[in-house]
Design a protein around this ligand. Sequence first.
Ligand code: ADP
Ligand code: MG
Length: 325
Amino acid sequence: MSEFDVIRRHFQWSAPAEGLRLGIGDDAALVAPSPGQELAIAVDTLVAGVHFPADTPPAAIGHKALAVNLSDLAAMGAVPRWFTLALTLPQADPDWLAAFAGGLRTLAGASNIALIGGDTTRGPLCVSVQVIGEVPAGQALRRDRARAGDRILVSGHLGDAALALALDISADDLEPDRRTLRGRLDRPLPRLALGQALRGLATAAIDISDGLLADLGHILTASGLGAGLEVDRLPASPAFRAQSGGWPGDPRDLQLAGGDDYELLCCLPATRLDEARARARALGLGLTEIGALVSRPGLRCVDGAGRPYRTGRRGWDHFGDVDGA
Ligand code: ADP
Ligand code: MG
């Protein structure tokens, strides 16, 4: 198959999309942004063996490559519009490509985002997706607008994907809880509707891709603040609770520093918590309060009894003074 056959057969599916003036087939795509909107643009690359295990099914790779980017749009409160795909492949295996494109296309359809171009090259497997979204001018959820006193909330559950990696759960494991955990690693669901629902309510938001501590750390740095976290409040899924005993470490460390969660972390004034929770509930999602922002820099973690909590995970030192005060 030539490069052009690959593109035509597997990636030229999009129906005419709103705002798309010229799609796949020319030197560049042409899009017309909607009046009154700002463009939100993000790119993320998945490298085989680094960002997904070698046994990840190709449909899941297609899904995840787009999902991690949509998660960035979600964290900005943006609406997905168009995306491009830069694909590097060791060979043009038609079965692999069909499954990969299927996973990509299903999530693209469900998220109402159109594939408008890309690049196809030969080399070690690597998938790079760039997304373009729209957000009403001035309303994006940024990292640098949090305020001291804001509460810190997270959507869904934390630690599932990290536990799947820690337990080395294979893609064909049939035990239901273990399947659920592996599914959370392979097929994260970007919290797009929640991000949009938090516009006008949250002062700041970020998606949790590198781990709660690292990503909260970005908000603290950008907003010039510190935070207190209560580690026993971190939301854990039933599958996580059932399986985390099989890992020798403290399960809370996976929730704090594991990463690959693709949940949203948001900061909100206490007076807006009920409204935010109601909007999340209407979307079938939980929002759990896990701590608060303070003006003193640094990140202090305590357990349910108020004792300082120190994670055994590396990476902690990135996150400022940790003294439990
Ligand atoms: P150029 O040589 O101008 O870079 P290419 O030959 O790389 O063009 O691509 C031809 C057309 O196909 C372009 O419109 C490009 O955006 C599109 N394209 C290439 N690879 C992909 C892909 N993997 N997915 C979607 N569109 C692609
Ligand atoms: Mg090209």
